[in-house]
Design a protein around this ligand. Structure first.
Ligand code: UT7
Length: 339
């Protein structure tokens, strides 16, 4: 997928937006719910607090993120041509959450579909959306990551309940006004043999919901944390190094790493492998925990709104998640500094 041709259409992120629910669930709150403590959670994961959506669904957060993005871009919802939603917590198994979002934001000229790739969902969806711009099929594509993880977390299981939070963030893809800026390269992987270590067993066609599946807690996230950690630490670092190598980038050429926010120790391993200074890594896991498909665009949106992301910045996005799925994307940021 190396992009060498100069006359081709380049896809660029031209606007970003995000939404996080107001309710904060702190490590101290969790101490009152399960046998855990702030020190364990913070030192093992880097998480201090996360957000919880009390009312509504993934589509409600996504609609708010998209509305913010449209405001920044100064366009109406009817200009959107396609909505691609990355989520593992769709409002329902069907209709697609993208269709529900399309209705909620009033994007009456858009079509849409969902991408299910867990914590790599945003990068997978970004890669798909990029193709629609590069082929000339569309000029305005929304890629949104939205997950209400609290809807599938067992708040009696200390192994998982401390890790996840709710959020949504969205980007707009358009043809780049400068061919040197935009999405330059992308490399995605999956390995289905990892499915047994991180999944939600119930509710699908294999184990449709019954009293038994509810009693067995199959409608919650199951994770063998240690097993996932071992491969995630290698997978995310390897693919980040690979995207640098195949684009002849040295550490000083990279302005920002935007890693999936699952564990600060995984992020640190990736940063070290890339030879980056800690100041070049976007980290907000302390505030939000793991918001699955939302982590990467949430970082982009916060850093851009804070005026830290500048037009021309070289940015590497990297993820690892259930599947296993993992990948990295290289881009040159194309939006002017927020005013
Ligand atoms: O985003 C999708 C991909 N997911 C990931 O990348 C997550 C990867 N895994 C991880 O981030 C880490 O494995 C965890 C944060 C989930 C766990 O950290 P760990 O250092 O691997 O801990 P562990 O699972 O090996 O558990 C160590 C100890 C155990 O006690 P014993 O057996 O040593 O007595 C656990 O029972 O910590 C215990 N423990 C806890 N203690 C306090 C597990 N969870 C908790 C907790 N509070 N919340």
């Amino acid at each position: 997928m190396n992009k060498e041709k100069s006359n081709k259409i380049r896809a660029a992120i031209t606007a970003v937006g995000h939404y996080v629910p107001e309710k904060v669930l702190t490590n101290k709150d969790l101490e009152r719910m399960v046998d855990t403590n702030d020190e364990w959670i913070y030192t093992r994961t880097g998480i201090k607090e996360r957000r919880i959506l009390e009312n509504g669904a993934s589509s409600d957060m996504a609609a708010k993120a998209i509305q913010e993005l449209l405001k920044y871009r100064g366009i109406g919802p009817e200009e959107i041509e396609l909505i691609i939603t990355a989520t593992v917590t769709p409002d329902m198994l069907f209709p697609p959450t993208s269709c529900i979002i399309q209705d909620k934001v009033g994007a009456k000229n858009a079509w849409g579909f969902d991408v299910s790739a867990a914590c790599s969902g945003f990068l997978y969806a970004l890669s798909v959306g990029t193709q629609f711009i590069e082929t000339g099929a569309h000029k305005k594509v929304i890629v949104v990551g939205s997950d209400k993880m609290s809807s599938i977390v067992d708040y009696t299981d200390r192994n998982t309940c401390v890790l996840f939070g709710d959020a949504s963030a969205a980007v707009l893809l358009e043809p780049s006004d400068d061919p040197s800026l935009g999405i330059l390269d992308s490399k995605m992987y999956c390995d289905g043999s990892g499915g047994k270590y991180l999944h939600m067993k119930g509710g699908g066609s294999l184990n449709p919901p019954t009293h038994e599946t509810v009693d067995k807690k199959w409608h919650y996230i199951y994770q063998d944390g240690k097993a996932v950690f071992k491969v995630a630490v290698i997978g995310m670092a390897d693919v980040s190094a690979e995207i640098m190598e195949r684009n002849n980038l040295k550490s000083e050429d990279v302005d920002y790493l935007v890693p999936h926010q699952a564990n600060l120790r995984i992020i640190d391993a990736t940063r070290e492998r890339m030879g980056l200074d800690p100041s070049k890594v976007m980290i907000n896991i302390d505030k939000y925990g793991n918001t699955t498909a939302a982590t990467i665009p949430l970082c982009l949106s916060e850093w851009w709104q804070a005026g830290k992301l500048k037009r021309g910045s070289t940015v590497v996005l990297a993820s690892f998640g259930a599947g296993y799925t993992w990948g990295a994307t290289l881009l040159k940021w194309s939006i002017d500094k927020v005013k």
